[in-house]
Write a protein that binds this ligand. Structure first.
Ligand code: GDP
Ligand code: IMO
Ligand code: MG
Length: 422
């Protein structure tokens, strides 16, 4: 049995939550491997909408085991709010959600440090989600972190030691704060967490694979936000790429089977950082309005632009993508023409080599394709696809060298079309 991975190929918000939910019936286990509550994974079905932050997107379909892996950073207060809301809406979690003892905790002071570092950066700020992600991963790597497993063992002295260290940092940054309320909510979250099953998730996952169970690993963020391969320093602080599933869950590389790479039929980005195909005028606004491109975590308007095949090919290469999932093509249903960036013009030369830096010296080179101008949102099968849409898909597949196996034509679970001819 192999372990499959589903991850974002762009700057996040590609529709990972929806896609994982759709694929869940095919798996026994769904496991998140990195990120934290900076993620906002939206699922829609039966007229309801859910936004998941730290909980894997496999909790709604059947009694599947859902695992929060060691690569995730968990904020107990936000986790409590998320889990309680789900339980209140009739979705029980306690028996099927397992949490890695090795997952790191986001402390209240991590959130303060996130804000303080951003403020100190001024114009160069990353535009983080403010959830303490960078500081939590920093403490992990600098060997100062607190882990879920610590909760049951001399927890308070460990917490106080780290808090003291953080308060010194905050003081040196002249950052004013009041920790009373956030700390209270955090400790309530810690108590709440204790009701869940803490596991050595690397042992659990390997045991499950060896007993013939199938596993889908769910990524957060996207390849262009990866700490190594994204548009650094405008990135998140974890390994969002396929290799992150190995380190974030304890899965050996030779266990990886299919790698689902998910992308939008255009591009979006939240926060600061370079974005070669960004559209600042009317067309970008139209994409934003039709695609409801507002962040599910922060509510910030997402920047919109044309699809960037140079970046997409790079993401496919880094991740070893075997199957593509395209979402939100319905947002382009009414467009007369659709542009796709096939190369960059860098220092007067055209290239499809993804460069060290995608800054203002990178000029996109576009191919223009005719729009299909058909409402595809109610389509059920690929046999209904308009000819021009098929031509667009063929163009993408030829450029990318990987089949587009699933096309999503709306936010609802049902608005998903599998392609058998790809
Ligand atoms: P994720 O972070 O990758 O899970 O993506 P988000 O949930 O943050 O953002 C994707 C948004 O697009 C959500 O509001 C989804 O409900 C919505 N969505 C997903 N797939 C489609 C699609 O094919 N068409 C449309 N119109 N919306 C979609
Ligand atoms: P999902 O899983 C889109 C962006 C932030 C910021 C940068 C760093 O829903 O696709 P962080 O808080 O991680 O330190 O912020 O990364 N970012 C996301 N953008 N989708 C996400 O998650 C994101 N998670 C972080 O906007 O630019
Ligand atoms: Mg999202």
């Amino acid at each position: 049995m192999k372990v499959d991975v589903l991850l974002g190929l762009q700057w996040g918000d590609e529709g990972k939550g929806k896609a994982v939910d759709v694929l869940t019936p095919r798996y026994d286990v769904i496991a998140r491997f990195q990120g934290g509550p900076n993620a906002g994974h939206t699922l829609e079905f039966e007229g309801q909408k859910y936004i998941l932050r730290s909980i894997p997107s496999g909790i709604f379909q059947g009694n599947k085991i859902n695992i929060i892996g060691n690569g995730v950073v968990l904020d107990p207060a936000l986790f409590k709010a998320e889990a309680e809301a789900l339980e209140a809406s009739g979705h029980s979690l306690k028996d099927k959600l397992h949490i890695s003892r090795k997952a790191h905790l986001i402390l209240p002071t991590h959130r303060l440090l996130d804000a303080a570092y951003e403020a100190a950066k001024g114009d160069a700020k990353v535009g983080t989600t403010g959830k303490g992600i960078g500081p939590a991963y920093t403490d992990k790597v600098s060997r100062n972190g607190l882990r879920v497993g610590d909760i049951l063992c001399h927890f308070n002295p460990k917490y106080i030691r780290i808090r003291t260290y953080h308060e010194q940092l905050l003081k040196s940054l002249n950052y004013r704060y009041d920790l009373t309320e956030p700390e209270k909510a955090w400790f309530e979250g810690i108590e709440y967490l204790k009701q869940f099953q803490f596991t050595d998730s690397e042992h659990e996952i390997n045991y499950l694979v060896n007993s013939g169970k199938s596993i889908l690993c769910e990524g957060a963020q996207g390849t262009m936000l990866d700490i190594d391969f994204g548009s650094y320093p405008f990135v998140t602080s974890s390994s969002t790429v396929c290799a992150g599933a190995c380190t974030g869950l304890g899965v050996a590389p030779n266990r990886i089977g299919e790698v689902y790479g998910i992308f939008k039929a255009y591009c979006t980005r939240v926060g600061a950082g370079p974005f070669p195909t960004e559209l600042l005028g009317e067309t970008g606004d139209k994409m934003c309005t039709l695609g409801h491109e507002f962040g599910s975590v922060t509510g910030r308007q997402r920047r919109c632009g044309w699809m960037d095949l140079v970046a997409l090919k790079y993401s496919i290469m880094i991740n070893g993508v075997t199957k593509l999932i395209m979402t939100k093509s319905d947002v382009l249903d009414s467009f007369e023409t659709i542009k796709v960036c096939v190369a960059y013009q860098v220092d007067g030369k055209e290239t499809d080599y993804f460069p060290y830096d995608i800054n203002e010296h990178v000029e996109p080179v576009y191919v223009e394709l005719p729009g299909w101008q058909t409402d595809m949102t109610k389509m059920q099968s690929e046999n209904e696809f308009p000819e021009k849409f098929n031509a667009y898909l063929s163009f993408l597949e030829e450029q990318l060298g990987v089949p587009v196996k699933i096309v999503s034509v709306g936010a609802d679970r049902e608005q998903t079309i599998e392609r058998y001819t790809a």
